[in-house]
Design a protein around this ligand. Structure first.
Ligand SMILES: [Zn+2]
Length: 214
């Protein structure tokens, strides 16, 4: 796999110095060396990011820095799931965004991430998703600190199940899995203006269906 040609991008080492982590990092990205430009180019102008190819470094950065979000490139394979699980152990946990080349890989990460972005994605789509997830996390903390008053204004921002900030995965009990008939499906990413990707946690089926705005 070769790095995509990005105007103005010159290859740099994938791991930032850990010294910069002490200053503050909003977003940690875990990806293959060849994919670093895919994340740096859209995020670096507006976010303090650290890009690494090492799951261990990612976990260290998530704990040390004021990290609100980790982006895990699904192409790193099983290591990515390890980072997702590690993020869940941190208090308070950073939001977890997973990027995937294959929709069939989505069911395996549904329970350990807050958002899935299918590749290939436009730069502004990644930047927009990252911004949205960071805002959702901030609002969730505001709800916790301000109590019910803020909770009424910002109702959808906290996942009722465990108090974590809600991400962009949409659990639906009015849908139905075309394979096993289960009436609990997850809309995990938009595929176009009208269609979205759905997954079944029961049988791990993935399919396209009508997109529902929420
Ligand atoms: Zn199913």
């Amino acid at each position: 796999m070769t790095a995509p040609a990005v105007r103005g991008f010159s290859p740099v080492p994938s791991s930032p110095s850990l010294a910069s982590a002490a200053v503050g990092i909003d977003v940690v990205v875990v990806c293959a060396e060849a994919s670093t430009a895919l994340y740096r180019e859209p995020l670096q102008p507006t976010r303090r990011i650290a890009v690494t190819t090492s799951p261990d470094t990612a976990l260290q950065l998530m704990k040390r820095a004021d990290c609100g979000l980790v982006v895990v490139d699904g192409d790193v394979g099983e290591m990515g799931t390890t980072v997702c699980r590690g993020a869940r152990q941190i208090v308070p946990p950073p939001m977890v965004l997973v990027t995937l080349s294959s929709p069939e890989a989505a069911p395996a990460v549904l329970d350990v991430c807050d958002s899935i972005l299918m590749k290939p994605f436009a730069a502004n789509l990644l930047a927009g998703r990252v911004g949205r997830l960071l805002r959702l996390r901030e609002r969730a903390h505001a709800v916790r600190h301000d109590g019910h008053r803020a909770g009424i204004e910002r109702k959808p921002s906290v996942d009722a199940a465990d108090g974590r900030p809600a991400g962009t995965l949409v659990e639906r009990t009015d849908g139905q899995c075309p394979q096993c008939g289960r009436q609990h499906v997850v809309m995990f990413d938009y595929a176009s203006i009208r269609r979205a990707w759905y997954a079944c946690k029961g049988c791990s089926s993935v399919w396209l269906a009508r997109r529902i705005e929420c």
